[in-house]
Each structure stands twice: as structure tokens, then as C-alpha cells.
Design a protein. Structure first.
Length: 138
């Protein structure tokens, strides 16, 4: 049996972190290895936990998700960074910062699971771009 994908959640809103953690707990092939309230804490936890994937919000106090993504991808390029945010207009910036996937919050949970569990690297189908279409913005 394959090991579960190890995921770190980085979001400044506690309720969002808790909701994502509860969602991840429903999937036997995914495990949450930690939560961070800002980018700086997220980078630190990546160095300690070495997750397979990071769910990264963009707008946070202190170090934002774009800078945290840059730092994570420069030090640990194998870690899959999935930007998960409310605002679709950040897509180009997030991908330029090194995010592997861009998702808009409120989209179907299956898209998030696919982004986490996909084993391809940046540039393959599904990597380096949006997994959801216009439905994600509704």
C-alpha cells in the first residue's frame, strides 16, 4: 500500500485551516502533517516536516503566500505548492512565484484531492496551472 500524501496547510484564518484539516481527514490517501498561520511559519514547517504538498493561501499577515511559495520552491523544489485562495486574479502571480497548481477556494473537493495526490511535477498535465475552470469562480 502506498504511503499517504503528507500535506501542510498554510492559511491565516483558523476556521479555514480547521475546515481543510477536516476535509483531508476524510481521505485515506492524504494526511495533514501541520498547520501554519503565515508564510514564515509555513516555510519553517516545510523544513521540519518535509510534506509532499502545501496548501498555500496568498494574503496573510507577515510573509505572504507568494513569498513563502518562492522560498519553498527554491529550497525544496520537490514539494508541490498548491495555492488555494479566494481571488482568481492572483493566478499569474502565484504561478510566477513557483506554485504548481492554482485553485480558487469554494471549488469542488475532488479538484483539491487531485491536486494533492497527483504525482507529476511542474509542467506535466495538471501541474503549473489551474485544475478548475470557470466553475471555481462561482
Amino acid at each position: 500500500m502506498l504511503q499517504p500524501r503528507r500535506v501542510l496547510i498554510v492559511d491565516d484564518r483558523r476556521a479555514v485551516r480547521q475546515g481543510l484539516h477536516a476535509l483531508l481527514a476524510l481521505w485515506p490517501d492524504v494526511t495533514c502533517v501541520g498547520e501554519a498561520a503565515d508564510g514564515q511559519e509555513g516555510v519553517k514547517l516545510v523544513s521540519e516536516q518535509r510534506p509532499d504538498a502545501v496548501l498555500m493561501d496568498i494574503r496573510m499577515r507577515g510573509m505572504d503566500g507568494l513569498e513563502a511559495t518562492r522560498r519553498i520552491k527554491s529550497q525544496w523544489p520537490e514539494v508541490r505548492v498548491i495555492v488555494l485562495t479566494l481571488r482568481a486574479e492572483y493566478e499569474a502571480e502565484a504561478l510566477a512565484a513557483g506554485a504548481d497548481v492554482f485553485l480558487v477556494k469554494g471549488g469542488p473537493p475532488e479538484a483539491l484531492r487531485e491536486a494533492i495526490c497527483k504525482t507529476s511535477t511542474r509542467g506535466d498535465a495538471g501541474g503549473g496551472g489551474r485544475l478548475q475552470g470557470a466553475d471555481a469562480q462561482q
